[in-house]
Design a binder for this molecule. Structure first.
Ligand SMILES: Cc1cc2nc3c(=O)[nH]c(=O)nc-3n(C[C@H](O)[C@H](O)[C@H](O)COP(=O)(O)O)c2cc1C
Length: 331
């Protein structure tokens, strides 16, 4: 049984990765329904929280049915991160997660996110202050290093454990790689081989099919996996992987009715949550995967991603339901 503090997460938990403008309440609702064992919010700026910026504060909203859930923060100032951690704790998540992995310039080049991998002493001090500031378990999400010459992930994991983090998720790429090349999970085995390390280690990077999850589970000795991009528009990935890991067999692909029902639930919640304009806009990246594998779908996809109103998108979904009523998805 994998545990973070008192939270029991099963034998091989599958985590929904924190993803900006993706891992919001509407998307988390459909991931939870489809087997995610632990979910994280998108990252929240510590400075934004302290300033009480509406956009940051809204990201603290979590619901009981989502539990267990972690809220993730990022920032480059120890004092601001400590203060933000206290604000997060008031929102009553199960976990506070620190982002030490974001590679984008506006974050990493200011020393936040993956930028802190260039100053590991500061990373350790910041983490120690945050752990001291809150009672809930603190976890960390990070990358292997800044670039190939600065990979010190074995030492980093141990030092962060020693100042009190209770789990670590590692995206097995460097900051320099951004999202390019393949994630190199062999470093995760080195982290797990450290006899001093006892906290759970979750592997992250490139898990996109049940087969790959099974292959990586066999090859790399991690305690669970975190899934990001493959879940976008395809929340079924969690249950599909779980089923394959436990039986060696693939679940039938979601039916058209299921796809439409889940896309509709996601859309409704998005519009309710963010308002019509933003709700519709941020749904667009999900449609390709919701309807993946359907022949001659391009026309409908184009219509979905160019529609500006809720009614228009619903009308297209209704049309898709009719046109593809007899279509059978293959696994
Ligand atoms: C659109 C998008 C937004 C992301 N936002 C965050 C974030 O807010 N916090 C974070 O720690 N990682 C973020 N990531 C990185 C993912 O959590 C994950 O580490 C990465 O996508 C690799 O996993 P994957 O191959 O399963 O997608 C983001 C990734 C994507 C694609």
């Amino acid at each position: 049984m994998v545990k973070i503090g008192n939270l029991e997460l099963g034998d091989y938990p599958l985590l929904l990765a924190p993803m900006e403008d993706v891992s919001d309440p509407p998307f988390r609702a459909v991931c939870k329904q489809n087997g995610a064992d632990l979910m994280y919010t998108e990252f929240i700026s510590s400075e934004g929280l302290i300033r009480d910026a509406a956009k940051s504060v809204q990201k603290l909203d979590i619901f009981d049915y989502e539990k267990p859930i972690g809220i993730q923060i990022f920032g480059n100032e120890i004092e601001s991160m400590r203060e933000a951690a206290e604000i997060v704790e008031e929102a009553k998540p199960d976990i506070l997660d620190i982002n030490y992995g974001c590679p984008v310039n506006k974050v990493a080049c200011k020393g936040a996110g993956a930028g802190i991998l260039l100053d590991i002493d500061k990373m350790v001090s910041m983490t120690a202050e945050i752990v001291k500031a809150v009672k809930i378990p603190v976890t960390v999400k990070t990358r292997l290093g800044w670039d190939n010459d600065t990979i010190r992930i074995v030492e980093v994991a141990e030092r962060l454990q020693d100042v009190g983090i209770q789990a670590i998720s590692i995206h097995a790429r460097t900051r320099k790689q951004m999202y390019k090349g393949e994630a190199d999970w062999s470093y995760l085995n080195l982290v797990k081989d450290n006899p001093r390390l006892h906290i759970p280690v979750f592997g992250n990077g490139d898990i996109d099919t049940p087969e790959r999850a099974a292959e990586y589970k066999a090859k790399y000795n991690v305690d669970g996996m975190m899934i990001g991009r493959a879940s976008i528009g395809y929340p079924w990935i969690f249950n599909e992987i779980k089923h394959y890991l436990s039986t060696g067999e693939k679940l039938a692909a979601p039916t058209l009715d299921e796809r439409i029902a889940v896309a509709k639930k996601h859309l409704d919640f998005s519009v309710e949550w963010k308002g019509e304009k933003l709700g519709i806009l941020e749904m667009r990246r999900h449609y390709t995967n919701y309807f993946r594998g359907m022949p001659n779908f391009k026309q409908y996809r184009t219509e979905m991603v160019t529609s500006d109103t809720y009614e228009e998108v619903c009308a297209i979904l209704d049309q898709v339901a009719k046109v593809y009523a007899d279509y059978e998805f293959s696994v």
